[in-house]
Design a protein around this ligand. Sequence first.
Ligand code: C5P
Length: 244
Amino acid sequence: MKKAALLYEGKAKKMYATDDEQVVWAEYIDQATALNGAKKVAIAHKGTLNNQISGHIFNYLKTQGIESAFIQQMSETEQIMKKVQIIPLETVVRNLASGHFETKFNVAHLMKFKQPIVEFYYKSDALDDPFINDAQIVALDIATPAQIAELKQKALTVNTALKQFFADIDITLVDFKLEFGLDFEGNILLADEISPDTARLIDQKTGKSLDKDVFRKGLGDLRPGYEEVLKRIEDKERAINVLG
Ligand code: C5P
């Protein structure tokens, strides 16, 4: 597999074409952004951490029967993925109140919900990714009612699997964002990345954030938290391999 022309540069990844029309090559870059890119800082080694964490998570989801666009890691900072047409929605799942939900409804930090919440945001830098409801998604022809139902169901299935994955390494999964795409046959496929950039993760022992909130809130270097997440995932996998 050969890396070809740069397709576009996102906030956390550069996407390249490959010699296979159905495959794209992602390079995770050493950059953190917040406030829709208004806050942007170079952070050495961050690309490596997210590339590896995301790869481990997609491999785990596969073992749980959840397919994604992720194919395999190619280097410390690179991975290849099935080419999909990204649906311009950010699908957010929340288990505990934090971030925008906490502010919007003025509820206690980490308030537990009766059931997980799925929300959609319209992916648009120009509009600052506004909240969008089901009727608006259909009206704007972004997805059909059947596709919306499938996105919600898939997001909740990922949530169940990920909550367990993180609980096993003493981490609470507060909330996270997913992106989905359509493959060449029109099937909805989980895509993009799942990492501490896109999920709120709290250490059950210390109560500390192991995710991008450290950067968003200006609490210091985000890397020790990301490194801890990767270390716990790798330790768990080693333990499973020894047993297996
Ligand atoms: O900011 P908010 O509370 O809506 O974020 C919910 C979840 O979605 C968080 O885990 C956050 O990291 C993720 N998110 C993201 N990219 C965005 C917005 C939110 O990964 N553009």
